[in-house]
Write a new protein. Structure first.
Length: 410
């Protein structure tokens, strides 16, 4: 068959074993893109009389040796290229693969694993005797028991059994207890973030003299914001503000006030800001009050900063209190706060303030009583101010304490 006549592939002759047919296309048969095919001859030393039939050498039988595969074999259809991933038959579809956990879930998992590692690592540091026996010994012979505890304070403070013993030892407030607290030096930041040792640090601050507990505030310098945002460590700053002089806490508070606007609404740091309003220096109280008075309505209706607005009414200077009452003490503003979930607490506090026109405010509240009764927090507000009586089915819990008061783990 002539090359020009091979325009239809169905006319192609059947190939025999070890043969190859070479087609040379005429330009007229491919008007769009003419193609020329170069003939490859496996035996260049022998003349090729015709391009129709070429004899190919017989292929040897596949060897069983582990020789490296040829490039053509390596690039077979079953082998993925470097840019292509071929999933296996038993692989799961993308939709059924587990999703990546959220940031909050990942943090909880990390904390859980860290607690498990700490518990396993410190299990050997726990006292080998029962807690009741140790308590008995501490009551009968405090000095002797404290002497036996030397060298084990840091190890025992990091487990649930030993931290109770160390707390009771520090509650004695003796000179021997102060000597035991020295073993915590260099570990304050780690202890503040430990679920067990943070209680020991609180006892150091609350039961020892300021000179014996001064190292706690010193080691927290430079990390005050980080400590205030931690759910365990924030308690240490609260205790320092309650029991230590201004000379020990002034530098820490100065660090906190740099980010005071953020800390006022933080889940844990707002406890520390509240302690500043209760026990801090006047200049620090004024700085916090100035930040809250920029937008008192927003802070009064926030879950966390609403506590701080109430503290301004009780602990700040007369000037800051008057400004706050002028902005939030109007009857229409009190009603607006009462209609919100967290602002109702501030509204109740304002109604008890003598500088507020409570009669006009109560009259406006009675006019909108039906609207307040339409929400659960509105009903609670009406119960708080005495307009309605709680029903037997109402089991509302009182508002939780603003910051952790308990300093002892039981």
């Amino acid at each position: 068959m002539a090359p020009a006549e091979m325009t239809n592939l169905s006319q192609m002759p059947v190939m025999q074993p070890n043969q190859v047919i070479v087609l040379v296309a005429d330009a007229s048969t491919f008007p769009v893109a003419p193609v020329s095919y170069v003939t490859w001859c496996p035996q260049p030393c022998q003349p090729c009389p015709s391009f129709q039939h070429l004899q190919l050498p017989a292929l040897p039988a596949p060897a069983t040796s582990h020789a490296p595969a040829s490039p053509c074999q390596q690039m077979g259809p079953s082998t993925p290229t470097p840019r292509t991933e071929v999933p296996s038959d038993d692989s799961e579809p993308p939709s059924s693969r587990p999703h990546r956990p959220t940031a909050s879930t990942a943090r909880r998992l990390r904390r859980k694993r860290a607690a498990e590692r700490a518990k396993a690592a410190n299990a050997s540091g726990a006292p080998k005797v029962s807690l009741e026996e140790l308590r008995t010994q501490l009551c009968e012979d405090p000095a002797g028991t404290l002497q036996q505890m030397r060298g084990h304070v840091w190890a025992w403070s990091r487990n649930d059994l030993g931290c109770r013993l160390v707390q009771e030892a520090l509650e004695t407030g003796s000179r021997e207890a102060a000597e035991l607290a020295v073993e915590l030096e260099g570990h304050v930041l780690e202890a503040a973030m430990c679920p067990h040792a943070n209680y020991v640090l609180q006892k150091v601050v609350s039961h020892l003299s300021p000179s014996a507990s001064r190292f706690v505030a010193s080691e927290l310098r430079g990390s005050a914001v980080r400590v205030a945002k931690h759910h365990f460590a924030c308690r240490i700053l609260c205790r320092l503000l309650e029991f230590c002089p201004f000379s020990a806490t002034s530098i820490l508070v100065d660090e906190l006030l740099v980010d005071a606007a953020e800390l006022c609404t933080h889940n844990f740091a707002h406890h520390v800001m509240e302690s500043i309003l209760e026990n801090g220096e006047d200049r620090h109280k004024k700085k916090v009050a100035e930040i809250l008075l920029v937008d008192p309505r927003r802070y009064a209706t926030h879950r966390n900063s609403s506590y701080l607005i109430e503290k301004v009414l009780n602990y700040c200077s007369q000037t800051e209190q008057d400004v706050l009452v002028a902005k939030l003490g109007r009857p229409e503003m009190i009603l607006d706060l009462a209609l919100t979930q967290f602002g109702r607490h501030v509204a109740s506090a304002l109604l008890r303030d003598p500088r507020v026109n409570s009669e006009a405010s109560m009259q406006l509240i009675r006019e909108h009583q039906a609207q307040l009764e339409g929400t659960s927090h509105g009903q609670r507000f009406l119960v708080d101010i005495g307009l309605i009586q709680p029903t037997p089915m109402d089991h509302w819990a009182p508002r939780p304490q603003s910051h952790p008061r308990a300093v002892r783990r039981n």
